[in-house]
Design a binder for this molecule. Structure first.
Ligand SMILES: Cc1ncc(COP(=O)(O)O)c(C=O)c1O
Length: 488
């Protein structure tokens, strides 16, 4: 990797990637850097199919990210697209596009609208009913009564918190788990991170999350001592009593570095909420639709939340998010309090229907459980390598934590090692296996989250490739000439 400065902004470039480099340069001069997080690969992806991306040079990359845990059914599934077009009534349009548009054609096609602000679309009604049915049919889904759509995950979080704040007049103290990630805007940002993050909201109190106790797969198998966590909750109850508003947590800390707790922790939080009669909000925006090996994380963790937040995989790539839960909570918001231009967008609702259809018609969940075991085995093998400190996760969402490493040239920090690992995976093993992963979480954790439909044979092949690539990280870090990236 080299970097180049364009209008005082650095862009990542890779040797031999003429077309990608040109696009990277154009990109950096037309978009601010704040749209991205640092990553040493900065792949330029032209097309994708199933579990693979293709760069503009035509190089094939295994996608170990699913976008950012979005394309659970893989990229561009044919049957899913067909369902989406059918829901939108685009059959005639697709035919016209195929046949070619002539002068005599009508100027417009009659199909589902792409906006019905403040009206109701049948797609919206059907997708609410189907989503609620799906959620209620899983254990822990009994409180799923209404869908409050949102246009992003952050917005779903914001709306759930607005509803909780409005529900009880005196309740203004939001309890959130420390070092979580819920988004970057408004109240979602206020409950992200910890007491030392910028822009704190005085209504938010953080409680500890058992990060040490679930630092690795082995540690997570040990029983969790809840004493410390009970004490923190009791202290907050003693301090705030009837001012308590709600408890909000992710099932596992995703963006915070992949910490998957023992189930008893979430169950403790739920017990506390019941005792104090406050809503228990589960932000499973990155876990929903199968990531943990169950359709929803609440059933996987044995809890029954009052509000569940959904996003990412919900539309398999079409942006759609929602807060789903108790109607009395959402009823606390008046007309217009939760409305905006894009929520309940017909395209998003059609995507939810098409995605639910695919989950209900096939064996995605059963198959991804098998994939989960293969990922666990292959990723745990990485802990044999000096670069890898720990592996943790479940189902098809895992984190590989890197540690300091010596190369011939220098001592490298865990952050440098993790960033080098991203780039080394991008260049591949020299035998045609290259892997797309994102810039590290919490500085040193690389998330492994392929589409749920990745075959176990392909998973094994690429996990072996990853082992080989990471075993040569010291050479990569020292810029050894024998390092052979894959040929394009
Ligand atoms: C658990 C969780 N909640 C909320 C969000 C925010 O979603 P969005 O980026 O769509 O605002 C994310 C995004 O990564 C997330 O992982």
């Amino acid at each position: 990797m080299t970097t180049e400065s364009i209008n005082q902004k650095a862009t990542v470039l890779h040797d031999g990637e003429t077309a990608s480099n040109e696009l990277r340069r154009r990109n950096v001069s037309t978009e601010p850097r704040c749209l991205r997080t640092p990553t040493s690969s900065m792949a330029v992806i032209e097309s994708s199919a199933g579990s693979y991306h293709y760069t503009v040079e035509g190089r094939k990359l295994m996608d170990f990210t699913s976008g950012v845990l979005v394309s659970n059914l893989g990229h561009n599934p044919t049957r899913w697209w067909k369902r989406l077009y059918d829901y939108l009534g685009h059959g005639e349009l697709v035919q016209k596009l195929h046949d070619g548009i002539s002068e005599s054609d009508e100027q417009f096609v009659r199909a589902a609208p792409l906006t019905v602000y403040n009206a109701v679309s049948p797609l919206e009604v059907e997708s609410c009913e189907r989503l609620l049915k799906s959620m209620r049919s899983e254990s822990g889904g009994a409180r799923m009564e209404q869908v409050l759509w949102a246009a992003s995950g952050s917005e779903a979080v914001q709306k759930a918190l607005w509803a909780s704040l409005a529900h009880r007049e005196e309740g203004d103290i939001i309890i959130a788990t420390r070092d979580g990630f819920h988004g970057k805007k408004g109240l979602s940002a206020a409950i992200t991170g910890n007491e030392n993050s910028p822009d704190r909201d005085p209504r938010v109190r953080f409680i500890s999350f058992p990060k040490e106790e679930c630092y690795s797969v082995e540690k997570r198998r040990e029983p969790l001592d809840l004493t410390k966590y009970e004490a923190e909750l009791t202290a907050l109850a003693n301090e705030f009593g009837s001012r308590l508003c709600c408890v909000v947590t992710e099932p596992y800390l995703g963006g915070g570095g992949s910490f998957h707790p023992q189930k008893e922790y979430l169950q403790l939080l739920q017990r506390f909420c019941r005792e104090w009669d406050i809503p228990f909000i589960l932000d499973e925006i990155q876990a929903n639709f199968g990531r943990t090996g169950s359709m929803y994380a609440y059933s996987h963790y044995g809890v029954e939340p009052d509000i569940v937040l959904l996003g990412k995989g919900l539309g398999n790539g079409i942006p759609v998010d929602a807060a789903v839960g108790r109607s009395d909570l959402f009823g606390a918001l008046g007309y217009g309090d939760g409305s905006d231009t894009w929520s309940a967008h017909p395209l998003g609702c059609a995507a939810v229907l098409a995605t639910l259809d695919e989950f209900e018609a096939g064996n995605v969940i059963e198959e991804c459980q098998e994939l989960g075991s293969v990922l666990e085995e292959g990723l745990l093998r990485l802990t044999e390598l000096p670069a890898v400190a720990a592996v943790r996760g479940e189902g098809t969402v895992w984190g590989v934590e890197f540690q300091a490493l010596k190369s011939d040239k220098a001592d490298h920090t865990p952050e440098e090692v993790a960033m080098a690992a991203v780039e080394a995976c991008y260049h591949g093993d020299g035998a045609g296996h290259a892997i797309h992963v994102l810039g590290p979480l919490a500085g040193r954790v690389i998330r492994i989250a392929p589409p749920l439909v990745l075959s176990t044979a392909e998973a094994r092949e690429y996990l072996d490739a990853m082992y080989n690539i990471l075993s040569r990280l010291p050479e990569f870090l020292s810029g050894d000439e024998n390092w052979q990236p894959s040929q394009s």
